[in-house]
Write a protein of this length. Structure first.
Length: 276
């Protein structure tokens, strides 16, 4: 059902959206501008454009904070975690949505129980398991935790998308001799691209920005991810606000780039998931 707005209602809607955009983008703009100023200029003229654009702030932040190591660790952990979440949750969602078997409902509810219990509440058992498996202070242990934590939401989202896919294409593939895995891999997954991008974006932001689990499970400096590295960096350079703002911008840049690249598919996935 489509709603038509009159001119006054359109003005109100656009005014609200512009206000919302301003409220959300203004702090980001201040952070970006401050990263090009000196510390003195940040406090004396916080809302002005930089008198001189100090690109050396980024060079200094990158070198002092050892961002190369933090970026490598964060990219590795995030990429492997997202790939694992998508692969495991999409297969589980495919089986739940397309097959009937005993205890199907119970297994699905068991998976969804992860949505009701925040993973952080189980930090003590998680720590003990990682210790017994000799995975403390290892990036692989972090990947396992993130993968396990992201499956519940991903399965819940993907099951609904699988149920919306027409079965006619799958029936035709079965007639041609395609098995379940081939149908899942070559037919259903390409059709689920917007949904997979949505799952990837949600989990990417959660994994990339997570501070809690790296703090508990990692101890070596060479294994630190960006949130842990930033925390240590802030402790050492609390009075150099120009460098701190530059470090913050460096840390959020990958999230912005990924969102800009995948925004079309992400919005399509969110919109399709909202339609019944």
């Amino acid at each position: 059902m489509m709603f038509r707005l009159n001119r006054f209602q359109k003005v109100i809607v656009w005014a609200f959206l512009l206000l919302l955009a301003f409220v959300n983008l203004y702090p980001i703009g201040i952070m970006i501008l401050s990263s090009f100023k000196s510390t003195r200029e940040i406090f004396l003229k916080p809302f002005n454009l930089p008198a001189v654009w100090r690109w050396q702030n980024y060079v200094s932040a990158w070198q002092r904070a050892d961002f190369a190591t933090y970026f490598k660790n964060s990219i590795l952990v995030t990429a492997v975690s997202i790939a694992s979440i998508i692969f495991v949750s999409s297969m589980a969602a495919y089986v739940i949505a397309r097959f009937d078997f005993k205890f199907k409902r119970g297994i699905y509810l068991y998976l969804l129980a992860g949505l009701a219990l925040p993973t952080r509440l189980a930090i003590i058992p998680i720590f003990l398991i990682m210790r017994n498996l000799h995975l403390l202070d290892k990036l692989s242990g972090l990947v396992i935790v993130y993968t396990a934590g992201g499956i519940a939401f991903s399965v819940f989202l993907l099951v609904n998308f699988f149920k919306k896919l027409p079965r006619d294409i799958e029936d035709s593939a079965k007639i041609d001799g395609a098995g379940p895995f081939r149908i899942y891999w070559q037919i259903d997954l390409p059709l689920l691209k917007p949904a997979l991008v949505t799952v990837a974006m949600f989990n990417f932001i959660d994994v990339w920005n997570d501070f809690f689990f790296p703090l508990i499970l990692l101890s070596s400096k060479v294994k630190k991810t960006i949130p842990l590295g930033l925390q240590a960096f802030f402790g050492e350079y609390t009075i150099e606000w120009d460098v701190l703002f530059a470090a913050l911008n460096i840390s959020v840049l990958p999230v912005l780039i990924i969102f800009l690249i995948l925004s079309k598919q992400f919005i399509a996935g969110m919109t399709e998931g909202a339609l019944k």
